[in-house]
Design a protein around this ligand. Structure first.
Ligand code: F6P
Length: 543
């Protein structure tokens, strides 16, 4: 048994759970008709209605006691002060430094890292601004109009999600694409209609060793170099140039975002064309670092700054607000209530905003890679549930797909509904209909409907949060992402796990390398289990 479940605060929650586990939201609202007016919190642009949760004030009080018992305030402070809270990798966790717009210094090994961060941001601003305005040319002198980010996981999901979210703020003369999958289809389909002479590749990889990214980057390099070689053979103009490293097309068509300067050089990208970030920024928390370059190019540096302002506002709130009035803490403890006491397995993210269609996928990595752990920081196996399964789709599409299960299935899925007061595209009454659906869904989920026919009965008592924001802007997007990032932090802190490593992805990577060499070697001897051996054998015999 590990310590958490032995805490008296945990035991108190257990007792309380037994008392209220069967309380229906109907009765909670009946007993306190003003509940909807009370159980809400406005922080910056974020308004959270948490009244449709299966909680009472006592539940919250006990959850906050638990947060105090695990020294949550000290843990928050430790992150902001650069302590090495990523235990297994012995690193500080300082994505918050990337959007620290105050004069507050942040020290790592006695050095104020804010200077370096500002230096890279200003280099990004300069370069991104030029590409954004169409002032950068490729090797042949043609203007760069296509920007292709090559990266995976945190080096893809953040930029692609935010680019999609903020498309309305982007320069529509630019074509911005994201290649992540090692499946060649992703490369081929993303480049088939692009002119290489107008294309800039951004190779985004913290380590610069990730198999998918390096394979796609090598393919991109060939795509560019082959194009110019064919051109040169045809025109005979640049024959000497192409062999000459100084006027290498790679220099004009590639930039790198990485922490690994040696590997960047090895790939053939001049360090001048590299935008640096640091080990204290985790991949899934790296959107505000150099990893955001493709986004900055698309929306322009000023909009990017506005996004940082949104992040910064919620960082400051998280750092300074009391636990009881702290939005990320509140959302985190409510989810812990469901995850650890009700033992609900999954959590749905349902944005009623088409531009946020990649937001659930982004949060899937953020939450599941961070909190999908089963040992504590001290290496003890936990005896309680950690991170839930995160999934979702934008409304109203999901309503016509999986909401049936949310309303009448045997599983209870707590859900976050995210909506905006004002739409980006005002077209007749679309937005009113969209929001009417959002409100209707949370009402139906909470209160259900009696009917004499069982199949028409809705039991209700399905908990939801509703997050309302004024409008989707760079700033509000920053606030929303920071809210979830810190919610994840709080949960990891309470579960006493390292939310900032990701060892769980390593085993598959190592095995894939071994199998790759076996696939390439016709005579390789297979020493896997009988299932894997047979599968590999079948593939090799049929390909
Ligand atoms: O394999 C998981 C992971 O390490 C993620 O944590 C990370 O975001 C992704 O791979 C990409 O890593 P990199 O930026 O080093 O290419």
């Amino acid at each position: 048994m590990s310590k958490l479940t032995h805490l008296p605060e945990w035991q108190d929650l257990n007792l309380h759970f037994n008392e209220i586990r069967d309380r229906h939201l109907r009765s909670l609202f009946k007993d306190d008709p003003q509940r909807g007016d009370k159980f809400n919190l406005q922080v910056e642009d974020l308004y959270l209605d948490y009244s449709k949760n299966r909680i009472t004030q006592q539940t919250l009080d006990l959850l906050f006691e638990l947060a105090k018992a695990v020294s949550l305030p000290a843990k928050i402070q430790a992150m902001f002060e650069g302590e090495k809270i990523n235990i297994s990798e012995n690193r500080p966790v300082l994505h918050v430094a990337l959007r620290n717009l105050s004069d507050r210094p942040i020290l790592v090994d006695g050095k104020n890292i804010m200077n370096e961060i500002k230096k890279v941001r200003s280099k990004m601003r300069q370069f991104a601004g030029k590409v954004h305005r169409g002032q950068v040319t490729g090797y042949s002198g043609k203007t760069i109009r296509n920007v292709v980010n090559i990266g995976i996981g945190g080096s893809d999901l953040g930029p692609v999600m935010a680019y999609e979210a903020l498309k309305a703020y982007s320069n529509r003369d630019l074509t911005v694409r994201f290649i992540s999958n090692i499946d060649s289809t992703h490369f081929v389909e993303s480049t088939r209609d692009l002119n290489p002479e107008e294309t800039l590749f951004i190779v985004a990889s913290k380590t610069f060793t990730t198999q998918e990214t390096m394979t796609n980057a090598q393919t991109a390099k060939k795509w560019i170099v082959n194009h110019y070689q064919i051109q040169d053979t045809r025109s005979k103009i640049h024959e000497s140039k192409i062999m000459n490293h100084e006027s290498d097309p790679v220099a004009k068509h590639f930039v790198a975002l990485s922490t690994n300067i040696e590997k960047v050089k090895e790939f053939g990208i001049d360090p001048e064309n590299m935008f640096e970030f640091w080990d204290f920024v985790g991949g899934r928390y790296s959107l505000c670092s150099a990893i955001g370059l493709s986004l900055m190019i698309a929306i322009g540096p000023d909009h990017f700054d506005q996004m940082l302002e949104g992040f910064c506002a919620i960082d400051e709130h998280f750092r300074t607000a009391s636990l009881e009035k702290n939005l990320p803490v509140l959302m985190a403890v409510i989810e812990i209530w469901y995850n650890n006491f009700f033992e609900f397995q999954t959590q749905a993210i349902l944005p009623y905003e088409q531009y946020l269609h990649r937001f659930p996928a982004y949060l899937q990595q953020a939450e599941m890679e961070s909190n999908g752990k089963s040992v504590t920081g001290a290496g003890v196996r936990v005896d309680y549930q950690t991170g839930p399964i995160i999934w979702g789709e934008p409304g109203t599409n999901g309503q016509h797909a999986f909401y049936q299960l949310l309303h009448q299935g045997t599983k209870i899925v707590p859900a976050d509904f995210i909506g905006f007061i004002e739409p980006i595209n005002k077209v007749s009454d679309h937005h009113l209909k969209l929001m009417a659906n959002l409100f209707a869904q949370t009402e139906a989920l909470a209160f259900g409907k009696d009917d004499e026919k069982p199949y028409k009965t809705f039991l209700g008592n399905r908990p939801t949060n509703t997050i309302l924001l004024p409008k989707l802007t760079p700033k509000t997007l920053g606030e929303l992402i920071a809210l979830y990032e810190h919610k994840i932090f709080v949960q990891g802190a309470i579960w006493d796990i390292d939310s900032f490593d990701q060892w769980g992805v390593e085993l598959g990577k190592v095995l894939a390398l071994k199998i790759l060499s076996e696939l390439k070697d016709a005579k390789s001897k297979l020493d896997h289990d009988s299932s894997t051996n047979t599968l590999i054998g079948k593939f090799k015999s049929l390909k």
